[in-house]
Design a protein around this ligand. Structure first.
Ligand SMILES: C[C@H](O)[C@H](O)[C@H]1CNC2=NC(N)=NC(=O)C2=N1
Length: 95
């Protein structure tokens, strides 16, 4: 079920790199090079598959742009918040 704007704002307090707009949460990460970016993308892909929740993303060389939204619900659900937390953990562990 779609979260309310108040619920989303509250959840984002723990997700400092993420911004909410247009029914989705967004972030951009920058890595040293393409290999580092793609290696993190591979790890995120396996976690996304395990959670059965998938990012909308694009990659240009060392940059990774990620948008999370629940297409089935037309907005943010707890599945997006959970995946965002997982992504942050993968990236923090990689630093
Ligand atoms: C059938 C399957 O559970 C759904 O299509 C899932 C798969 N992954 C998904 N990922 C995202 N981001 N939104 C969805 O609505 C979604 N739906």
């Amino acid at each position: 079920m779609k979260m309310t704007e108040v619920e989303i704002k509250s959840a984002l307090k723990d997700l400092k790199e993420w911004e909410y707009h247009e029914n989705a949460i967004h972030t951009t990460f920058e890595f040293n090079d393409f290999k580092d970016a793609f290696s993190v993308m591979t790890r995120i892909a396996f976690e996304a598959e395990a959670q059965n929740h998938h990012p909308d993303w694009s990659n240009v060389y060392n940059k990774l742009m990620i948008t999370l939204t629940t297409h089935d619900a037309g907005g943010i659900t707890t599945k997006d918040i959970q995946l965002a937390k997982t992504i942050d953990q993968i990236i923090e562990g990689d630093e």
